[in-house]
Write a new protein. Structure first.
Length: 653
């Protein structure tokens, strides 16, 4: 803790020092950026009739974000759900982001192409160095983007090439290390990176009556991303992640503290490979866009049971699987009344395939077809509306039945003046269960034959105010979702089922009413700060009783200082009044014994300090969890990293 106090004092001393610098030396920070995702066409934030968040490349640098997940989990209205430190996956359990407390309802795109796999909004495939900006659109977006955009959309927009240069980067910290190299030219952008994570003695809470807790062994990950402009209209994007992760499930502790090595434990070794490939044709002259996206995830591994230190039983093979999807989308825009009205229409095909690799009979396919229209109409120079709908057909496959879905959306925008706009947005949403949700591994029975899609409506009204140095946003929203997905133990669904295996069910109705407020102020050429708060009440009707389903309060506060050679940022993010834990304080399942405690508040104080001796070099110190808290990252009470730091050095040739 003394280290934490020393570092906090050091940060404050740097913040208070430093000379002023002229505006010409400073990069421009946009308070009213162009938004592409919300309506599939370029509009300023003030002209967009939905709640939007734009994370720019400048934000990423100033706040020290080391991954897309890191950037998103510090955004107002987004809840992070991770199984390990720094947004790590938990073997086959995928870390993800949730908009407005809604799990399995966020669609992640890269340059407009979907990268969700098995319904999970994972962002692990894109190195942060390749990102130009991230657009977050809150509220139902199923009309333009399909069934998985129930709560909102995250669009990761990557760099598209520019001045030719090569970049090399190395990083060293007390828990992780990395090195990466990238190249950029007029028509391409490429980045490859290798990450190493150190062992962590304890990464989850210890419960008195729970047999295990979790620890991390050393791991590594190789990732790369490339974007190539094949022609002036055709672009190829390809991201690849090869991840090796070792997780200890410890069986012994003394006095509430971990004992390493344990007398008995299991070591699960996971190896996953993920690919996202997008081919995008964009003819701006004829307002036509075509996109072909391929996503795949391959997971395998084994589990080793230790009876004594260094002595183990025969390795057990974890169930390996391969899941992939193909999306083909074609969109055309027509302009009417001299540009005052526009119509967007499109056709989409989506195909999914899941296969257990140790059983040739365990495979399933699912196909869907959809058509969508979106009409934007200007009534006068102040008032406009957007009306749209999507017709989507899900084909039966022997596991899921046939569904025909109609998804309407209606939006209004009213410009009070050049700086103020008011908007409303309502839409219907629909989300199919993951393609493998009904699998039963030991027989031909379904895990849960009655599992249905989750569906419902979202509503929001909001206001935006932007001037040269100030930006204020307010949004009031309500979500009403039927048959929300949740997880319980298999023996509670299937007589004789495994009490340690979780299966997906429809947990009941979900509702959430909330208010989001954000303010950004550019004080002068050197100083900027931002503040945001979310008040919400996410609840699920569990057996006739409404109970908390996610955090009720979120706060964030950031201060950034910039001058010619120095940049400093301090960021505080608080998640408070959270949901009940998955386990009781004794470690028994709360679904059986009844919940007896809420997850403790998550308070993250981070800071970044960057020194740029010249235009080609940068040295950055990133510090995380400066308060050194045992922050829980999910309802299972896995922990984030304790206080950690990393120093990065970057050189451009």
């Amino acid at each position: 803790m003394c280290k934490s106090k020393w570092l906090v004092n050091s940060v404050l001393l740097v913040l208070m020092g430093g000379a002023s610098v002229s505006a010409e030396m400073m990069p421009v920070y946009m308070l009213n950026p162009i938004v592409i995702t919300a309506e599939r066409q370029e509009k300023t934030d003030l002209e967009t009739p939905s709640t939007t968040e734009i994370i720019t490349e400048k934000d990423i640098k100033e706040k020290g974000y080391t991954s897309v997940f890191d950037a998103l989990e510090h955004t107002v209205g987004i809840t992070a759900f991770s199984y390990g430190p720094g947004g790590k996956d938990g073997g086959g359990h995928v870390s993800r982001v949730m908009i407005r407390g809604m799990d399995k309802g966020t669609l992640v795109l890269v340059n407009g192409a979907p990268i969700n796999v098995n319904n999970y909004a994972s962002t692990s495939g894109i190195p942060i160095e390749a990102v130009e900006k991230i657009e977050v659109i809150k509220g139902a977006s199923s009309t333009l983007y399909g069934a998985e955009a129930l709560a909102g959309v995250v669009n990761i927009i990557t760099k598209r090439g520019g001045e030719s240069h090569v970049t090399a980067k190395v990083g060293y910290g007390n828990y992780d290390k990395m090195f990466g190299v990238g190249a950029e030219g007029e028509k391409f952008n490429f980045w490859v990176q290798r990450d190493y994570s150190d062992a962590i003695d304890q990464t989850s809470r210890i419960f008195p009556k729970k047999a295990t807790y979790q620890a991390e062994n050393k791991g590594y990950r190789t990732s790369w991303y490339t974007s190539v402009n094949l022609t002036d209209k055709l672009t190829l994007d390809w991201s690849h992640v090869d991840n090796h992760q070792n997780i200890w499930y410890m069986y012994k502790y003394k006095g509430g503290k971990a004992v390493i090595p344990p007398a008995k434990s299991s070591l699960s070794d996971y190896h996953s490979r993920k690919d996202n490939v997008n081919l995008i044709y964009n003819n701006k002259e004829h307002r036509f866009r075509s996109m072909l996206a391929y996503n795949s995830l391959h997971m395998d591994g084994n589990k080793r049971i230790y009876t004594k230190p260094g002595i183990y039983e025969t390795d057990r093979i974890n169930v390996p699987y391969h899941v992939q999807s193909v999306t083909f989308d074609n969109q055309k825009e027509w302009i009417f009344r001299g540009g005052e009205d526009s119509l967007i229409g499109g056709l989409t095909y989506n195909g999914e395939h899941y296969k257990r690799l140790n059983d040739t009979n365990k495979r399933v396919y699912r196909d869907s077809y959809s058509a969508y229209l979106s009409w934007n109409h200007e009534y006068n120079e102040r008032l406009s509306s957007t009306m749209g709908f999507r017709m989507q057909e899900f084909m039966s496959n022997g596991w899921d039945r046939h569904y025909d879905v109609f998804l309407p959306q209606l939006q209004f925008l009213y410009k009070l003046n050049d700086n103020w706009s008011l908007y409303s947005n309502m839409g219907k949403a629909f989300d199919m269960p993951a393609i493998n949700s009904k699998y039963y591994s030991d027989s031909k029975k379904l895990k849960n034959a009655s599992l249905k899609p989750q569906k419902g409506w979202t509503y929001e009204v909001g206001a935006k105010h932007v001037t040269g140095r100030n930006s204020f946003k307010a949004a009031l929203f309500h979500m009403d979702i039927k048959d929300k997905f949740t997880w319980i133990k298999e023996d509670m669904v299937i007589p004789g089922g495994d009490p340690n295996t979780s299966v997906q069910i429809n947990g009941g109705d979900f509702r959430n009413t909330g208010l989001e407020l954000e303010y950004t102020r550019i004080v002068n050429d050197n100083w900027r700060f931002n503040a945001g708060i979310t008040f919400q009440n996410p609840e699920i009707n569990d057996s006739g009783k409404w109970v908390r389903d996610s955090a009720k309060l979120q706060y964030n506060l950031g201060i950034q200082y910039e001058q010619e050679k120095w940049g400093v940022g301090v960021d505080l993010f608080v998640t408070a009044d959270r949901e009940y834990g998955y386990y009781t304080n004794n470690g028994e399942y709360a679904s059986r014994k009844g919940a007896d405690h809420k997850i403790r508040d998550r308070i993250m104080l981070n800071s970044t300090i960057e020194y740029r001796p010249n235009r080609n070099q940068a040295v950055t110190l990133n510090m995380y969890n400066i308060l050194d808290r045992e922050n829980c990252t999910n309802k299972y009470e896995n922990w984030d990293l304790p206080f950690s730091w990393r120093i990065d050095y970057q050189y451009k040739f």
